[in-house]
Design a protein around this ligand. Structure first.
Ligand code: FES
Ligand SMILES: [Fe+2]
Length: 364
């Protein structure tokens, strides 16, 4: 059941690089676990279990002292950037217990994002965070929206992103476009960085663009390439490229965007949604040439995100009722989300070693 999905052993975004200035440790809850993300004085990013080994105080409530150690705010245990306890103020005359060491979580900083593996390190295998090159590229302009807390299982967001038939009616009057729901899709499944992925491709020729797309790109009729790609439990990438008929693929003729959605589960019933929209810097909005396409899209999207959040929250609440013979009805367009669901289920089975005690988890 999708409202119960939680792949613990996966890479998830904990934030952007600039959210972690040196020596200002931050607390995050990722896949049901308390995570301390700390950029040390040397600029190295590290992640640990956020619990002080003494009495479980969250270390993210502590502060970094002048000598670069992180002091717990309760009784003052001090930790170095490798997670070793190096000082216990009330017991300076005794050796530090050998078990006074924080459990580290694997962490990777890539393309300006900080990824954390809040599971068991020995289960990483070949898995690596997916690339997000447009976010870091100098010739692309990227806007990141404020992270949104969604009180729903994160698989519901993945399914929402892989299913554009909800644009009408949920986004009617905004980015709604019933016609694009009718475009047939191709499904591609492949592994990327050791992680199974699902991609839908919608190719269309001589397609009449809705007014908001004409405002952005300026082409009333286009050939278009549109993909939605679940790159793993933590990220979905959407790419749209369009051009006047016959010109798709010709440099200088195409316009479009890349949108990255990071979906980081807090626990089984909540997640944080981060969204980046990127367009090539040379692209100015057709309706207002003084404004970049990224800026124009950024003005529209907070309302879109509100609509999705509104729906996901309500959808989640309906999982509180017993099924009582309820069965989902699937449409042709649901084939992508069915594959995503199966992959996440499979990853849970193979990887996660279910932890029934995790908070927010519903009875299986
Ligand atoms: S709980 Fe951290 S020092 Fe006591
Ligand atoms: Fe949506």
């Amino acid at each position: 059941m999708s409202a119960d999905t939680l792949v613990e052993n996966a890479w998830y975004v904990s934030g952007r690089s600039q959210e972690f200035p040196a020596n200002q440790p931050k607390g995050r809850k990722i896949a049901g676990r308390p995570v301390l993300v700390w950029r040390t004085g040397e600029g190295r990013i590290a992640a640990f279990d956020d619990r002080c080994v003494h009495k479980r105080m969250p270390l993210s409530e502590g502060k970094v002292l002048a000598d670069g150690v992180l002091e717990c705010s309760y009784h003052g245990f001090c930790y170095d950037g490798s997670g070793n306890c190096v000082r216990i103020p009330s017991q300076l005359d005794r050796p530090i217990p050998t078990r006074a060491k924080l459990k580290p979580f694997p962490v990777v900083e890539q393309d300006g994002l900080v990824w954390v593996w809040a599971g068991e390190p020995q289960k990483i295998g070949e898995a690596a965070p997916p690339p997000t090159p447009e976010i870091a590229a100098a010739d692309w302009e990227t806007h990141m929206f404020d992270p949104v807390h969604v009180p729903a299982n994160y698989a519901l967001l993945i399914e929402n992103l892989m299913d554009i038939t909800h644009f009408y009616p949920l986004h009617d009057g905004n980015i709604g476009d019933i016609e694009q729901s009718k475009i047939p899709l191709e499904l591609v499944e492949e592994k990327l960085n050791g992680v199974p992925t699902v991609k839908t491709i919608r190719r269309v020729q001589g397609y009449k663009h809705p007014p908001f797309m004409i405002e952005w790109w300026g082409f009333p009729v286009v050939d278009r390439w549109h993909t939605h790609h679940m790159l793993g439990p933590g990220l979905t990438r959407v790419e749209l490229r369009c051009a006047p008929p016959g010109k798709l693929g010709i440099p200088g003729e195409e316009r479009g965007y890349v949108i990255h959605h990071a979906h980081t589960p807090t626990d089984g019933a909540n997640h944080v949604w981060r969204l980046w929209v990127s367009t090539p810097k040379v692209q100015m909005s057709a309706s207002d040439p003084a404004k970049s396409c990224t800026r124009r899209i950024a003005e529209m999207f907070p309302a879109v995100m509100d609509q999705d959040r509104w729906a996901l929250e309500r959808q989640q609440r309906m999982f509180e009722y017993p099924d009582d013979g309820y069965h989902e009805v699937f449409l042709r367009s649901d084939q992508a989300l069915i594959r995503c669901r199966k992959i996440l289920e499979q990853m849970e089975k193979e990887n996660r070693g279910r932890s029934p005690a995790l908070p927010g988890r519903q009875a299986a």
